[in-house]
Design a protein around this ligand. Structure first.
Ligand SMILES: Nc1ncnc2c1ncn2[C@@H]1O[C@H](COP(=O)(O)OP(=O)(O)OP(=O)(O)O)[C@@H](O)[C@H]1O
Ligand SMILES: [Mg+2]
Length: 295
């Protein structure tokens, strides 16, 4: 990984949020902004709609580089929806529409000249349910590099990715076996290896351990700590202990119910260091949630 500015688009046209005084003004009033000089993402007033239903409202926060950020909150408050904004996975949902702005290392992620495929290479995703391809272990990991045109050095890429994902020792003598023959925890680590193999910059993880036992969970948490030197990680989790253990910063979301039509919209309540969120949060709603009084 280098600090070189990403070339997501043919010409780096897009103003950063800081350059846009109107936007800067509008966000100055919004409470939960973290002023992070080293931010990988800066999200400003992000709303996501599914058709006419607004699933999340006015989400504004920064994601610091080379750290782990946890997204927590009750079911349905929009954590997955928000997470999908960061690699434009919502583009693949027909009814979904994203407004506001998200900049990635100073480039507008949603600019018309930004290639979503390149976005998803740089910003990888690991899902709740492991989803290995029905191919060999080797071919799963080699898939992304091959699609990117890589022909040489595949053995090394596969080995390094599997080592980083703490899976190499368990599978190095059966690389040609089907990925579907692995256990759930191994499949999840394989999916992490597959995500790492294309040398991404950011990993988005949506409840990656929810189907795993404590041992497999611990391995993935250790792995996250190891790889955060190279990657920025955003993880959605319902496991409060996990958020407290692994993350540096935590964003707490909840759902606001509109009395007039009884719809629920996700809002960001606060974002802060994980230590503060779990020991002395600013908002009572956060306190109630992290202490288990709600949700
Ligand atoms: N593809 C979709 N089409 C329509 N509505 C959707 C879609 N995905 C999510 N929603 C709605 O958006 C809201 C937020 O859902 P989302 O899945 O982001 O919540 P979540 O916080 O990840 O919940 P959970 O913790 O249960 O995974 C919910 O009301 C949900 O019904
Ligand atoms: Mg979810």
């Amino acid at each position: 990984m280098t600090d070189e500015a990403p070339r997501l688009i043919e010409r780096p046209t897009v103003a950063t949020v800081d350059d846009d005084s109107a936007l800067a003004q509008s966000t100055a009033a919004a409470a939960p902004v973290t002023q992070t000089p080293d931010a990988v993402f800066e999200s400003r007033d992000v709303n996501v709609y599914y058709g006419s239903f607004r699933a999340v409202r006015d989400v504004t926060f920064d994601v610091p580089r080379n750290q782990i950020m946890a997204l927590i909150g009750p079911s349905g408050c929009g954590k997955s929806t928000v997470l999908r904004c960061y690699n434009r996975m919502n583009d693949l949902i027909k009814a979904a529409r994203v407004t506001g702005s998200i900049s990635y290392r100073g480039t507008d992620l949603y600019h018309e000249r930004v290639d979503p495929v390149e976005v998803r290479r740089r910003i990888g995703m690991v899902f709740q349910k492991p989803n290995p391809f029905p191919k060999s272990i080797y071919d799963n990991v080699a898939y992304g590099p091959r699609v990117a045109g890589q022909k040489k050095d595949l053995d090394n890429i596969v080995e390094n990715s599997l080592r980083k994902a703490a899976l190499w020792e368990e599978v190095n003598d059966r690389l040609k076996d089907s990925a579907l023959s692995l256990s759930g925890g191994q499949q999840q680590r394989l999916c992490i290896a597959r995500a790492i193999a294309v040398d991404p910059d950011v990993l988005l993880m949506d409840e990656p351990c929810s189907a795993l036992d404590p041992i497999a969970t611990a391995r993935i948490e250790d792995l996250m700590q190891e790889i955060k030197q190279d990657y920025t990680i955003m993880i959605v989790t319902h496991n409060m202990q996990q958020a407290a253990r692994v993350s540096d910063t935590t964003a707490f979301f909840t759902a606001d119910t509109h009395s007039e039509n009884d719809t629920r919209t996700g809002i960001l309540v606060e974002v802060d260091t994980t230590q503060k969120i779990f020991s002395n949060p600013s908002d009572e709603r956060t306190e109630n949630y992290v202490t288990g009084r709600f949700g």
